[in-house]
Ligand binder design. Structure first.
Ligand code: NDP
Length: 332
């Protein structure tokens, strides 16, 4: 079997030399364990934080050991009554061809609902992040005007479509290329802009048009776009702080948002969240999302890279915006 290890910690932007592909021996199964042949693995922005040696909400990756993260695979051997050979499961040991882990640490999925990779994206953690962040953390209500950054990405593209499906008055998205902006309009966003085209505040005001301001901002990127959103929030607006990818690779302390004090007068709510704390919504989310997907109300994109050996580059490219929708690595 093969696995990808962390060879050194990135300083600033990750580079291929930070990673190493290694051959390993698959250990014998112990009682209660399963052997999973991974079909696909996820690369996610939060993994960048785990490559630093700092305490955060998830433990740092160890040097010279396999990375880990979301994966979907097929059980090929089992010493547990809970899982059978042939089951398709989601689990946390990506970045390797074969995973040995406790059956209890795997989640069985129904492959008749969608292709296996969907359980790493729209029907998995990504989708729940969008749903919980919008409906609970940002307390979305029908009639709200919603702005989401990173809108062509995995989480963001779902946020915008879920907001539309649930009765948003207007949904605005931002992304990093003209192609992505065009794609957002195809997905049903009312307006979209390329944040490289000028100051975010002006671009956002332009996208709002006649509309007074925004009620909900779903923040995937932080920095300048967060500052722009604060500037155009309506009174009592709610901001869900989901991610801050614009600062994940920076080596200096960020400056924006410089207008945070205006949140006082507008009586805004800014609330950070972690999807793991909202697992109680998983059932409700799965029911709604499978309905929306079946009806074609929500669509999801995948950017697929083939081969474990290409996973480090897929991760680096994700940070640079090479993906539309969920960035995945398939392991043929
Ligand atoms: P995405 O699919 O959105 O991929 C990352 C995207 O970020 C890229 O495609 C790129 O698109 C964009 N990006 C990169 N650099 C910048 C920048 N400087 N400014 C603005 N955009 C940038 O990833 P996910 O959907 O998986 O994650 C989105 C966010 O949600 C991340 O911040 C992530 O950390 C966070 N997250 C948080 C969770 C939680 O529990 N709180 C759970 C899951 C994700 P572009 O071409 O548009 O620049």
């Amino acid at each position: 079997s093969r696995e990808i290890q962390l060879a050194s910690r990135p300083h600033g932007w990750p580079v291929p030399e930070n990673f190493r592909l290694t051959e390993t021996r698959v250990p014998e199964l112990e009682e209660g364990q399963v052997l999973v042949r991974n079909l696909a693995m996820s690369v996610d922005p939060y993994m960048r934080g785990r490559m630093n040696d700092v305490k955060s909400y998830s433990a740092p990756f160890a040097l010279d050991a396999a990375l880990d993260g979301g994966a979907v695979g097929e059980v090929v051997a089992s010493r547990s009554d809970e899982r059978r050979k042939g089951d398709v499961v989601v689990h946390g040991l990506g970045w390797r061809d074969y995973a040995v882990l406790a059956a209890a640490a795997t989640k069985k999925v129904d492959p008749s609902l969608a292709r296996p990779t969907a359980f790493l994206g729209a029907l998995g953690m990504t989708g729940l992040t969008a749903y919980a962040g919008l409906t609970r953390v940002a307390d979305f209500a029908p009639g709200d005007t919603v702005f989401v950054s990173g809108a062509a990405g995995a989480v963001g593209s779902l946020v915008g479509q879920i907001a539309k499906a649930m009765g948003a008055a207007r949904v605005i998205g931002s992304a990093g290329s003209p192609e992505k902006v065009a794609h957002l309009l195809e997905l049903g966003f009312d307006a979209a802009f390329n944040y490289h085209d000028g100051p975010a505040k002006e671009l956002l005001r332009g996208a709002l048009g006649e509309q007074a301001g925004i009620d909900v901002y779903f923040d995937n990127v932080g920095g300048e776009q967060l500052e722009a959103a604060i500037a155009v929030m309506n009174p009592f607006g709610r901001i869900a702080l989901c991610g801050a990818i614009s600062v994940y690779n920076s080596t200096e302390a960020p400056t924006a948002p410089r207008n945070l004090a205006t949140a006082i007068g507008k009586q805004l709510t800014l609330r950070g969240f972690l999807v793991g704390a909202h697992q109680d919504l998983a059932g409700e989310f799965a029911a709604k999302m499978s309905g929306w997907l079946a009806a074609g109300t929500v669509r999801f994109d995948e950017t697929v890279v083939e081969g474990l050996e290409n996973a480090p580059q897929a991760f680096i490219d994700l940070m640079r915006g090479a993906n539309t929708g969920k960035m995945l690595v398939t392991l043929p």
